[in-house]
Each structure stands twice: as structure tokens, then as C-alpha cells.
Design a protein around this ligand. Structure first.
Ligand SMILES: Nc1ncnc2c1ncn2[C@@H]1O[C@H](COP(=O)(O)OP(=O)(O)OP(=O)(O)O)[C@@H](O)[C@H]1O
Ligand SMILES: [Mg+2]
Length: 294
């Protein structure tokens, strides 16, 4: 059971703990961010949208876009990659407005934030004299949670600012987006990822992170994550964190999947003194209460 607590600061060698020069423990980056595709070409299995985005990069232009489809299939990754490739890190912050589910998305935000950003004029030349696309991008992630009034306001902003702003709406359900918005966008449906791709991505990440897991474990992650690569990567990271340097087994994955699906109620096989919780990235942690001096 102690193995579940591995990876915490208690596993540090003593000499390192005492040393004044010891580096601060690094905050672990969620692997979904660490392994997010960096370029459009790295987005797997979505050939149609990748082809269009690659063309857009060549011409340094972009249509208004609407990406829809199941979770964890690459929608957010695709637009972030294209925006970074178009503007580079230097211009990214001034040229891209990202609004996601954690932001308020009522009509007020559309009127103030989106409209204000869209109206700013931008040049086709960077400060160092190099050319750059003469527009900005507004990314509205999880757009299906926008109110109808907000969507109507967005439609007007889209009409007025079409010269200097491109919009990318992302959602799971296209039926929840009003027609005047969908008709102004090139629409792309993201397909559920094929089992082979899920397996290959998980194996790649496991190798990079020095995580030992068998084909059976990978297959169990694939089965329990239902084509959602974000979920699959998060399960892998949760299991790796729970087991430390020990090999992950099938039971670990089933337990994590059960905890995740049952809103963090412990898996049936777990003992009473185990506490499960998930952090803000969805990574599941397990603490043995008996090992804590409370
Ligand atoms: N097509 C893909 N190619 C490569 N990696 C992918 C792909 N889809 C998902 N991923 C991986 O899964 C993680 C989550 O993907 P992403 O955020 O793009 O999903 P999404 O489609 O926007 O999901 P949601 O609808 O839940 O927001 C990414 O960080 C990436 O590591
Ligand atoms: Mg997304």
C-alpha cells in the first residue's frame, strides 16, 4: 500500500533534502498538456481538418471554423496548434483570445471581451519588420454552453469584424449552436480516435515517462477511456503516480476508471481506509489514511 504514496516528497534521498541548494520540486505538468500536439501535422486521425489547416498555414489565412465531435479527439489541440504556427509565441498573446468553459459566457462577455478584442486593429507586419497574418483569432471552446442571447450577439460581432478577426467555435454538439453561426463557419466533425492510435499514443507517452506497463494494461486503458484520448492519458498518469516505480497492473486501471466514473466513490475492491480524490487536471490520487498520522 505504501507504493501508492510513492512519488511524494518522502521518496527523496536524505542528502538532497538537507542540501540548501536542493532544487524546488517541480510541479508535475499534466501529461495531456505536455503531450498536446505542437503542430497541425501532429493531430492524428483527423485528416480532413488537418489538410485544410495546412493549406491555411501556407496561405497565412483562416476561415471561420466550427469544430465539433466527441471529447478528447483533438479539437482544442488543432486550433491551438494552428494559432501558434500562424503567430509564433511572440504574437500569440496579443493575437489570440481563448475563452473556455471556466469563463463566464453570457451576453455580457460577448459584448465586452469578444467585441472589444475583435475591434482592435492589427498590422500585417511585426515590430521586427517580418510579415504576419493581418488578423486575430477568437477561440470559443465549449461553445455549446453559450446562451442563445450570447450566440446571437456573437453573430453580429462576427458579421462586423470579419475583416480583422477569425472565429473558431468548438463544441461537442453542433445542434446546440444557432444556424446563423454555423452557416458562417467551415464545419469539421472530429471522429472518435481509432484504437490503434490510442494504443500508439499511450505507448509513446509511457516510454517517454519511463512507465512500465504491459500491452494488457494499455488495452485496459483504451477500453475504459471510450475513444477519449484525454481520459486515456489522464488514466495513465494517475496509474503511474499511484504506483511510483512499480509496474502498473490491470487492476489499477480498473480502479482508477471506476473511481473516475463513480464521481470518486472508491472501487468496490478498495478498503475503507483508502481516500480517493482528483486534482484540477482530473488526475486521480489515492491516499492510505492508515499511513497518515492524523
Ligand atoms: N487527434 C489527436 N491527435 C493527437 N493527440 C490527441 C488527439 N486528440 C486528443 N489528443 C490528446 O488528448 C488531449 C486532449 O485533446 P483535446 O483537448 O484537443 O481534445 P478535445 O477534442 O478538445 O476534447 P473536449 O471536447 O473534451 O474539449 C491532448 O492534449 C492530446 O494529448
Ligand atoms: Mg477541447
Amino acid at each position: 500500500m505504501d507504493a501508492f504514496l510513492k512519488g511524494s516528497s518522502s521518496s527523496k534521498p536524505k542528502s538532497q533534502e538537507k542540501s540548501k541548494a536542493a532544487p524546488k520540486p517541480q510541479k508535475s505538468i499534466p501529461w495531456v498538456e505536455k503531450y498536446r500536439p505542437r503542430s497541425v501535422e501532429d493531430v492524428a486521425h483527423q485528416d480532413e481538418v488537418v489538410a485544410v489547416l495546412k493549406k491555411s498555414l501556407q496561405g497565412s489565412d483562416l476561415p471561420n471554423l466550427l469544430f465539433y465531435g466527441p471529447p478528447g479527439t483533438g479539437k482544442t489541440s488543432a486550433i491551438l496548434a494552428v494559432a501558434k504556427q500562424l503567430f509564433g509565441w511572440e504574437l500569440y498573446r496579443s493575437r489570440v483570445l481563448e475563452l473556455n468553459a471556466s469563463d463566464e459566457r453570457g451576453i455580457q462577455v460577448i459584448r465586452e471581451k469578444v467585441k472589444g478584442f475583435s475591434q482592435q486593429s492589427v498590422s500585417a507586419v511585426r515590430t521586427d519588420g517580418k510579415p504576419c497574418p493581418p488578423f486575430k483569432i477568437v477561440i470559443l471552446d465549449e461553445a455549446d454552453s453559450m446562451t442563445s442571447a450570447a450566440q446571437a450577439a456573437l453573430r453580429r460581432t462576427m458579421e462586423r469584424e470579419s475583416k480583422s478577426t477569425r472565429f473558431c467555435l468548438i463544441c461537442n454538439y453542433i445542434s446546440r449552436i444557432i444556424e446563423p453561426l454555423t452557416s458562417r463557419c467551415s464545419k469539421f466533425r472530429f471522429k472518435p480516435l481509432a484504437v490503434d492510435i490510442l494504443r500508439e499514443r499511450l505507448q509513446h507517452i509511457a516510454n517517454k515517462e519511463n512507465v512500465t506497463c504491459s500491452d494488457e494494461v494499455i488495452d485496459t486503458i483504451v477500453e475504459t477511456s471510450e475513444g477519449d484520448l484525454r481520459k486515456a492519458i489522464t488514466y495513465l498518469q494517475s496509474a503511474a503516480r499511484l504506483k511510483g516505480s512499480e509496474e502498473i497492473d490491470k487492476q489499477d486501471v480498473l480502479e482508477i476508471a471506476a473511481v473516475s466514473k463513480n464521481h470518486l466513490r472508491p472501487y468496490d475492491g478498495a478498503c475503507d481506509h483508502l481516500l480517493f480524490f482528483s486534482d484540477s487536471s482530473g488526475i486521480i490520487h489515492r491516499v492510505c489514511l492508515q499511513s497518515l498520522s492524523l
